[in-house]
Design a binder for this molecule. Sequence first.
Ligand code: SAH
Length: 347
Amino acid sequence: MKKDILSLLPGEIEEELAALGEPKYRAGQIFTWLHKGARSFAEMTNLSKELREKLEERFFLYKPGVLRKQVSQIDGTIKYLWQLRDGNAVETVVMQYKHGNTVCVSSQVGCRQGCAFCASTIGGLVRGLEPSEILDEVLFSQLDSGLPISNIVLMGIGEPLDNFDNVMRFLELVNHPKGMNIGMRHISLSTCGLIERFADLAERDLQLTLSVSLHAPDDETRSKLMPANRGRGVEALMEACRRYYDKTGRRISFEYAMIDGVNDTERHARLLAREAKSLAAHVNLIPLNHVEERQFRPSTQGHMKAFIKILEDEGVNVTVRRRLGSDVDASCGQLRRKMQKANEATR
Ligand code: SAH
């Protein structure tokens, strides 16, 4: 079986070259070609024909196909549905902000976390993405759109901490000076709260932002919305966040999708303010995106205003995320889900 060269770091490509009896310095050239988007060895014209043939025998290269591309008429947000090598599909969103173009990448095909408001989890988990596949989401979003990508959020389909090793390797690849060289401070990793992985992440001492999808500050509401909370609990989550913050010195960000009548009461706001303040955490409020299969609705403007006021009065650092790409199904898993439904209908 041919190996996935794009998932390898330069040092590992060096080892492969040594095994082929080739000089090590070629590794840097190959890595650079790959991370500029070369997807055949034939393109790598500064390598000898003999070496290119050896590489061809040992490694595969694959260029993800664009299954769907939707461009928002409102704000230019682009949503891609990529075809992977095994026929699966994942989504990537490119958003244009003042501070730079941000790509939102998927980390798994499907998801097994079961959040009650999310479209990505409806068909369950198929598999984790390879490091190379996550990298290609960033690289080909940039190449296809012509928008230079400066920021990455791991907030697409899947739970990054449930695909830990591959996600860590993706981070090393995308951060590499000889590759896309995207700084860790420009990367956010979002998790539903797999706290057993927080210490491993803290251990790596990366300068990225850890975003915790909190969505409710109390166990009753959170366990209803997010099965990942059951058996772990908000208190344990807060302790894990505290340890993470102490170890890395990096402030945590709480994601909070406002759901009408579910997590948007004054009581929720007060509890949330307490948790956020004790961790000096930033709170990112998101109006819920309505998902066809789900019964939840976004909070009303009035409830959102009241909620924000409580947080602000308590001195919490709070922002409301602007809704981008609302005309292109630009939230979690909706495009892939549409394709699945269309396939089910034709079966
Ligand atoms: N599994 C990770 C990352 C993927 S989800 C996590 O849970 O954080 C990215 C973010 O989108 C999470 O905060 C998630 O809770 C949120 N989200 C999912 N469905 C949503 C919806 N319908 N409306 C608003 N936010 C949603």
